[in-house]
Design a protein around this ligand. Structure first.
Ligand SMILES: Nc1ncnc2c1ncn2[C@@H]1O[C@H](COP(=O)(O)OP(=O)(O)OP(=O)(O)O)[C@@H](O)[C@H]1O
Ligand SMILES: Cc1ncc(COP(=O)(O)O)c(N)n1
Length: 269
């Protein structure tokens, strides 16, 4: 069985972070291992506390996983401080990790800031150059490309800039668009649109975590990047389309029906 490692924060409400990653990997038939960067106290309404682990303890978790169940892919989510980012970069290099998907988590759907300002600079310098794929949403892509995104043409321009700057593929996610949910993959100087029908479900807590973990799962299974993104987009559409409605705010998705829903995403080159 293939395995994927998630390096991310814990979400006590189970919709995002490590919990979403493990559910996604399991539903995609990949064994999930984890290294936790922080505990968060949060629910569907917001984040009420964050407690980071130390860089030394994160290193211990990474050593334990890499020396035993070596991952076929790695997904990185919430990492709030520079010293944790530096430790992850050091360990990924030490263990020659492959198929690295970085979701540059900056702000939760509920509005809480999940990364410090100086850590964004460390992320750009140390971690993004190691990535196979970066998966920013539109506000994150604006920060990484240092440009405003207002339409599909500027999504392409920003993705190209990010890919060139960090030497990796970039998927700019369109969940923050008004009418569509179209994601743009830029890799090897060409791009593909993954056209998704917008699902009328306001329970989108953890969509970014879920998508990046589904991509990592598919890379772990040996699919190429385009196919991994397409299968992940089908998965997220299935999880959203199951229309789970839990909690008082933006609730989590249903992973148990995500694959059964059999959504199909259109490709457009
Ligand atoms: N209402 C929706 N209908 C269909 N797909 C959606 C919807 N909302 C988000 N998505 C999809 O979910 C994935 C995550 O996109 P999004 O832009 O929401 O990321 P994000 O903001 O990082 O997520 P998060 O909510 O975890 O912060 C993308 O594939 C996007 O197209
Ligand atoms: C531990 C953790 N990691 C990531 C997110 C982002 O997910 P979302 O933007 O859907 O809240 C989160 N809320 N919590």
């Amino acid at each position: 069985m293939k395995s994927a490692l998630t390096i991310a924060g814990s979400d006590s409400s189970g919709g995002a972070g490590i919990q979403a990653d493990i559910k996604t990997m399991c539903a995609n038939h990949v064994f999930a291992t984890s290294a936790i960067t922080a505990l968060t106290a949060q629910n569907t309404l917001g984040v009420t506390g964050i407690m980071d682990v130390t860089a030394e303890f994160l290193a211990k978790q990474l050593d334990a996983v890499f020396t035993d169940i070596y991952p076929d892919a790695v997904k990185i989510g919430m990492v709030s401080s520079s010293d944790l980012i530096e430790m992850i970069a050091k360990k990924l290099k030490e263990y020659k990790a492959e198929n690295i998907v970085v979701d540059p988590v900056m702000v939760a759907t509920s509005g809480a800031r999940l990364i410090s300002e100086d850590a964004i600079e460390t992320l750009k310098k140390e971690l993004l150059p190691l990535a196979t794929l970066i998966t920013p949403n539109i506000p994150e892509a604006e920060v990484l490309s240092e440009m405003e995104i207002t339409d599909e043409a500027s999504m392409v321009e920003a993705a190209k800039k990010i890919s060139e700057n960090f030497g990796c593929a970039t998927l700019v996610k369109g969940g923050h668009q008004i009418n569509d949910a179209n994601d743009l993959l830029y890799s090897n100087i060409s791009y593909v649109w993954f056209k998704g029908k917008r699902i009328n479900n306001s329970n989108t807590h953890g969509t970014g975590c879920t998508l990046s973990s589904a991509i990592a799962s598919n890379l772990a299974k040996g699919y190429d990047l385009d196919t991994s993104v397409k299968r992940a987009k089908d998965y997220i559409s299935g999880a959203l389309g199951a229309m789970l409605d839990l909690g008082k705010g933006s609730g989590p998705m249903d992973h148990s029906f995500a694959i059964d829903n059999e959504y199909t995403t259109e490709y457009e080159e």
